[in-house]
Design a protein around this ligand. Structure first.
Ligand SMILES: [Fe+2]
Length: 318
């Protein structure tokens, strides 16, 4: 079953808003409304509508400003925006066009004109959503990196599985669980830019080589950023090497500054690294891996609560 497209309508004129809402509902769309700019902004972020209809003139934030924000945010940039404008206000219209709105409808509008434009914009949106199964391309890429890094075969799947079980047990939201599933696969995608000679080097890395390795979260984030469907996992890709005491990278975040999904991922990632064979040592047992993680938690690297939860999860697999 296809989901009803969700349309956000923002207009400070209550009567106009009511009429629009009726028209949209009658055409089978799900509707969410806002009577001024700030709540329109919020609802765009909360609900990620399939299409937005904005009155250009609203108290607070104008329709053009909201449009600019929608178009500048990677998570919403493909959401079509229809701007309702008056016939005569030319300078405002120029501003609206410059803001990146996809279409304009003059007030008073004919309902058939509006619904026809909505239909065609929703078609384009559906195509974009499908393109987002470029998502599948990026996941394939992540697995290709795993393959070139021969000692990590199966790493991303295991990390993904463990992380989402820990997330469930900690009572995280559906979105966070989804982020853990995707982040488990994607976290090291930035390694595509790291030379194999460094990735697979037996023995110690030089400080310069370490610096190169440490660029992978930032590179990974840049690779994933344009993709709508992996936005939830970006924080994992960027922050999976942060440590609770601020000694991690790339941003040296501390404690709660590190998103909980990234704190989970870092523990699971290290555990999997310890319990698999690396180019410089054999795989360690579960017990040894856990005692290393605990020692590191005592040093201030890991979140104890998460580590305790993880111990239960990993223990039941051994
Ligand atoms: Fe990593």
């Amino acid at each position: 079953m296809d989901k009803k497209p969700l349309i956000l309508i923002a207009d400070d004129d209550a009567q106009a808003l009511g009429v629009l809402e009726q028209i949209m509902t009658a055409h089978g769309y799900e509707v969410v409304t806002a009577s001024e700019g700030v709540s329109a902004q919020q609802k765009v972020l909360e609900r990620t509508p399939d299409l937005v209809i904005l009155d250009n003139y609203m108290p607070g934030i104008s329709g053009s400003e909201i449009t600019r924000q929608i178009k500048n945010n990677p998570a919403t940039q493909f959401v079509p925006v229809i701007m309702l404008t008056g016939f005569t206000e030319t300078p405002d219209k120029v501003e609206a066009i410059e803001s990146g709105a996809d279409d304009f409808v003059n007030k008073p509008y004919k309902s058939v004109e509006l619904t026809t434009r909505i239909k065609s914009l929703l078609k384009v949106k559906a195509l974009h959503d499908e393109l987002d199964s470029a998502e599948s391309v990026i996941f394939a890429l992540a697995r290709a990196i795993e393959a070139k890094d021969n000692y990590t075969v199966g790493h991303t799947e295991r990390v993904s599985q463990f992380a989402l079980v820990v997330g469930y047990r900690l009572g995280l939201s559906t979105e966070e669980i989804d982020a853990l599933r995707k982040g488990g696969i994607l976290h090291d995608i930035g390694k595509i830019a790291i030379p194999d000679s460094i990735l697979n080097k037996p023995g110690r890395l030089t400080p310069e080589e370490f610096d190169t390795i440490r660029t992978h979260p930032d590179r990974g984030e840049k690779i994933c950023k344009p993709l709508n469907s992996v936005q939830s996992a970006l924080k994992i890709v960027r922050h999976h090497h942060e440590k609770m005491d601020g000694s991690g990278y790339p941003d040296g975040l501390r404690e709660d500054q590190i998103p909980v999904i990234a704190r989970i991922m870092s523990i699971v990632d290290v555990y999997d690294a310890l319990t698999t064979t690396r180019s410089y040592r054999a795989a360690l047992s579960h017990d040894i891996a856990m005692s290393i993680l605990e020692e590191e938690a005592r040093k201030g690297w890991w979140d104890w609560e998460i580590l305790e939860e993880f111990r239960e999860v990993a223990g039941s697999h051994n």
